[in-house]
Design a protein around this ligand. Structure first.
Ligand SMILES: NC(=O)c1ccc[n+]([C@@H]2O[C@H](COP(=O)([O-])OP(=O)(O)OC[C@H]3O[C@@H](n4cnc5c(N)ncnc54)[C@H](OP(=O)(O)O)[C@@H]3O)[C@@H](O)[C@H]2O)c1
Length: 424
């Protein structure tokens, strides 16, 4: 029965996934009037546009009915913004059915739109971020159940909300990190939605989710406060994604920063505001650094008067291990967060004895453990973006139809900032 709520007797209103509400009758047997008995036969009433679950007051008369009616209409008005917008049943998505090289990412146009469970919202994506970890999932380096929709970073507009969602509504602009973002629609737990202010463009906001949050925890917490404002921090690869952010955030936190980058990305490196920039030649045939082209360790020691750096932020991995360990100051910390050049090889702990130094290998998940921590980090980043203290370079975006090209570009090392898919 799709008519407006014209008779509610001792009802409970329940949310439907499509944003409507169903009123289930509890006191059917006690229905006291002819009209109530007739209504009891229908058992449920559906109010378009209402959502949530609320107990209507019991009543013995038409006055009670009117009370229930007013309650229902108030709920309808209050929840109108939470209705579900029109959503198709299938969508375009970049899917991995067999792990492999970039071409393993196949664009399909009839992939089912995900259902949303309680506590989730459905986001119509405008952009999806491409991250190195996506290439590890695609290639099989990090195993995933097959098939899967690629990606774990995206953003756009909320088009539907499930039950038990309180602080996200239809029409909100959000960014998120959840599996399955290389698609037109993604089901996202409301607790993982980052609010995007109106004056922050969606491509910038999406860029912030993995690389921005990572840079935030690397420069605020992963060093375990073993560095203080005014002390030296070494940040490798400041022409790249995460460390372009990390270098700027390290400056905001008051550290003195040495950055490294390839000569071709020198302008980007300089724009981060680092105090000292070590420039390397590009490795032949690539866009990234040839770490043999300059004695980076000697430069770090020269800049720091031989003392070294209290924290080293290293996402390059294999190619920079020796320089990172050699650059540490006494009781400094080596924060190894990535493997852009290959996995960091095992090494003996005795290598830390020279400076009584520390090492940690952190990951983003452990620094965004709950909604409070997630919002603390993302709100601080959005604030820096709004005030202009933090500048993000979105390098380029590919249409989702060119999914494989996006991965090839990232893996080539040519990126000079965030690489995204546009999802129209
Ligand atoms: N642990 C975590 O929480 C976490 C979070 C995010 C990312 N990560 C990891 O951190 C690493 C960097 O990620 P990102 O998003 O910053 O990547 P990115 O934007 O592509 O930057 C990586 C940079 O690494 C440098 N590089 C040096 N050798 C390279 C090589 N052989 N191939 C490619 N790049 C090379 C380049 O620096 P130049 O620009 O100076 O040439 C490149 O720009 C990845 O391993 C990623 O999985 C870890």
């Amino acid at each position: 029965m799709n008519s407006p709520l014209d008779a509610i007797d001792n009802c409970t209103l329940h949310a439907l996934p499509d944003g409507r509400a169903v009123a289930t009758r509890l006191g059917i047997r006690n229905a006291s009037t002819r009209r109530h008995q007739r209504d009891a036969a229908h058992c449920i009433c559906i109010a378009r546009g209402a959502r949530g679950s609320q107990r209507a007051t019991p009543h013995q008369s038409c006055a009670g009915t009117m009370l229930a009616l007013r309650l229902a209409s108030r709920m309808t008005a209050r929840r109108a913004s939470s209705r579900r917008l029109s959503v198709p049943s299938v969508m375009k998505a970049a899917v991995v059915r067999e792990p492999g090289a970039a071409d393993a990412l196949k664009v399909e146009s009839d992939f089912p739109v995900p259902d949303i469970a309680a506590g989730q919202v459905l986001v119509k994506n405008a952009f999806a971020g491409i991250n190195f970890i996506d290439t590890y999932h695609r290639s099989g380096l990090y195993a995933r159940d097959l098939p899967f929709v690629g990606g774990q970073e995206g953003g756009g507009e909320v088009v539907a909300v499930g039950s038990d969602v309180k602080d996200v509504k239809v029409g909100d602009k959000v960014a998120y990190s959840v599996f399955g973002s290389y698609a037109e629609y993604t089901a996202v737990p409301a607790a993982k939605c980052l609010p995007v202010p109106d004056d922050v463009p969606m491509d910038v906001a999406v860029s912030c989710v993995v690389q921005g949050l990572t840079a935030h925890y690397l420069t605020s917490d992963a060093h375990a406060q073993l560095i203080q404002p005014g002390e030296w921090m070494l940040v490798h690869g400041v022409g790249g994604g995460t460390c372009q952010w990390a270098a700027q955030m390290a400056k905001i936190r008051g550290y003195k920063v040495i950055g490294t980058c390839a000569k071709g990305k020198g302008d980007i490196g300089k724009a981060t505001g680092v105090d000292e920039l070590i420039l390397y030649d590009e490795a032949p045939g690539t866009a990234y650094e040839d770490y043999e082209s300059v004695d980076g360790l000697a430069k770090v020691l020269e800049i720091t008067d031989g003392a070294g750096c209290k924290a080293v932020i290293d996402g390059i991995g294999k190619a920079t291990l020796d320089m990172s360990l050699g650059s540490l100051a006494q009781r400094g910390i080596f924060v190894s967060f990535g493997n852009a050049s290959g996995a960091v090889p095992a090494y003996p702990p005795l290598r830390h004895i020279a400076k009584s130094s520390f090492m940690c290998r952190p990951k983003l998940l452990d620094y965004t453990r709950n909604r409070e921590e997630l919002l603390y980090r993302s709100n601080e980043i959005m604030g820096w973006l709004q005030s202009g203290q933090l500048k993000v370079s979105v390098d380029t975006s590919f249409p989702l139809d060119q999914a494989a090209e996006g991965h090839k570009y990232l893996e080539s090392g040519a990126s000079t900032g965030k690489v995204l898919y546009r999802i129209d």
